[in-house]
Design a protein around this ligand. Structure first.
Ligand code: F0G
Length: 463
């Protein structure tokens, strides 16, 4: 008989924390989530998976797959969450503690036929993590980390953010009855994201600095006040974010694509997706690893530079500048974790310029999908990887779209009005975007005027 939802007593969820640099093992990190020995990051690991010398959760892979499929018909909150449905591969909450969930995950996998063409490949798909409750991938990690914050008795949670983490954290804190403190760079996040954290009741501080400056302030703050840190240095965030890769493999009937392409900012997401892929391979859930490639914006490319200028041996922080404000990050916390993922999966690291990103965003929109600017670096980067021969035309590729198109409508409007790059060094290069631009038309309120506009559009598009 198939296992049912009530069968869950998995030894898999016994988890501990281990420093990625010096290997120190602990069950409880300090409030800054840094190793007290060497200052590096912790990751969650599951000692039980290796208890008998093999790699196993205690349940055969096919049993787990069936269990996760069965939960889709359950109405229990933890089963309707696209994160907690996979709880055998997550740290376990103690008895009596329920997850804080907004039914995150469960995001669609779309085909992108119109984008495949300019990318130079035959078959392209996108997993749209912008279809989460607060419209970005952050919700998948926030449900786990916020649940652990509440379990530990914290009244306050906090993050530094380029806007999506803060929106997500504010929502989950509100759901979980906790207060939230948001540190964001003044004037450098989109209005949509700022308004979300206000709506969810966060104490929102716009600091006169950039994202990296906000992180510095927050790291000091959590040492002084009983505030739980919800940036992606928190390893429980990474565990939740892993589930996007698990869900993706399920959507692909456990047959990995050849490539997965992810935007890189603070590098938590690539670390999380890669961790899941490696764990799934080790547990026998998938037969092989897809290559995970990370794409950065040229003006915020410290990871790209680390690879190409320092062979990944060190990362030199930089002052970041890009219109993709979500990834305007010069000192990514999780770069060592992401490096390990890229190396283990055999992926690549690439960078794209602002115009390439804007074009790719419009192309994704033209497939009826849409995303925020940072997500579009994936398609722009894929084009380069195809040109370089790293991705072959007949290989299967999944782009991870991280945020919803409505997160940053100002970017989209400026793009279509043709003034996104006015007064910037990209102004001349941006002329190539004209074909994609569709400024809204202001017309007289007559049928003739509208018919004329449609006819003009038709004659232009057949030219
Ligand atoms: N895409 C979007 C839409 C993001 O919001 C972020 C990061 C990334 C990509 C990059 O992911 O940092 O894990 O490499 N946003 C963070 C924030 C930093 O504060 O919302 P990453």
């Amino acid at each position: 008989m198939n296992p049912t939802v009530s069968d869950i007593k998995s030894p898999a969820s016994v988890s501990r924390l281990r420093c990625i640099q010096c290997g120190k093992v602990t069950d409880r990190a300090d409030q800054d989530f840094r190793c007290p020995n060497c200052g590096d990051l912790f990751e969650v690991f599951y000692p039980g998976w290796h208890a008998d010398g093999s790699t196993t959760t205690g349940q055969p892979p096919d049993t787990l797959k069936q269990l996760w499929r069965d939960r889709k018909t359950s109405l229990a909150p933890a089963d309707t969450s696209g994160v907690w449905r996979f709880r055998e591969l997550l740290p376990q909450l103690q008895p009596g503690h329920e997850p804080i969930t907004l039914r995150e995950g469960n995001t669609p996998l779309y085909e992108l036929p119109r984008c495949a063409r300019p990318a130079g490949i035959e078959f392209l798909q996108a997993k749209h993590q912008g279809m989460n409750p607060t419209a970005s991938f952050k919700d998948t990690g926030m449900t786990t980390a916020a649940s652990f914050a509440r379990q530990e008795g914290f009244r306050w949670v906090a993050c530094a953010s380029t806007g999506n983490t803060s929106a997500s954290m504010a929502a989950y804190a509100a759901r979980g009855g906790m207060r939230s403190l948001v540190l964001i760079p003044e004037g450098k996040i989109s209005w949509g994201k700022l308004s979300q954290s206000l709506d969810y009741g966060a104490v929102t501080c716009q600091l006169r600095t950039d994202f990296d400056g906000c992180v510095r302030v927050l790291n000091e703050l959590v040492k002084r006040k009983p505030i739980y840190l919800l940036n992606s240095v928190n390893p429980y965030r990474i565990e939740g974010q892993k589930t996007a890769a698990i869900e993706l493999m399920e959507q692909l009937s456990w047959q990995p694509p050849d490539h997965i392409v992810v935007p890189g900012g603070n590098l938590g997401n690539s670390s999380a997706l890669g961790k899941a892929l490696i764990e799934m391979r080790d547990l026998g859930l998938i037969p092989r690893l897809p290559k995970l490639s990370v794409i950065q914006a040229e003006g915020a490319n410290p990871f790209f530079r680390s690879i190409y200028e320092h062979s990944g041996k060190k990362l030199i922080p930089m002052e970041a500048e890009t219109l993709a404000t979500a990834i305007r990050i010069g000192n990514p916390a999780s770069w060592k974790k992401a490096l390990r993922v890229v190396e283990t999966t055999g992926g690549a690291v690439q960078q794209v310029n602002e115009v390439e990103m804007a074009l790719a965003k419009a192309e994704i929109g033209s497939d009826g999908v849409g995303c925020e600017p940072a997500s579009a670096v994936t398609l722009a980067g894929l084009k380069k990887l195809v040109k370089q021969g790293f991705v072959r035309p007949n290989e299967s590729v999944v782009l991870i779209l991280t945020g919803h198109v409505l997160k940053d409508p100002e970017f989209t409007l400026k793009f279509h009005r043709g003034d996104l790059f006015t007064g910037t060094p990209h102004e001349k290069d941006a002329l190539v975007l004209a074909k994609q631009q569709r400024a809204p038309l202001v017309l007289d309120a007559t049928v003739e005027a509208v018919v004329k506009a449609v006819e003009q559009f038709e004659s232009e598009s057949t030219q």
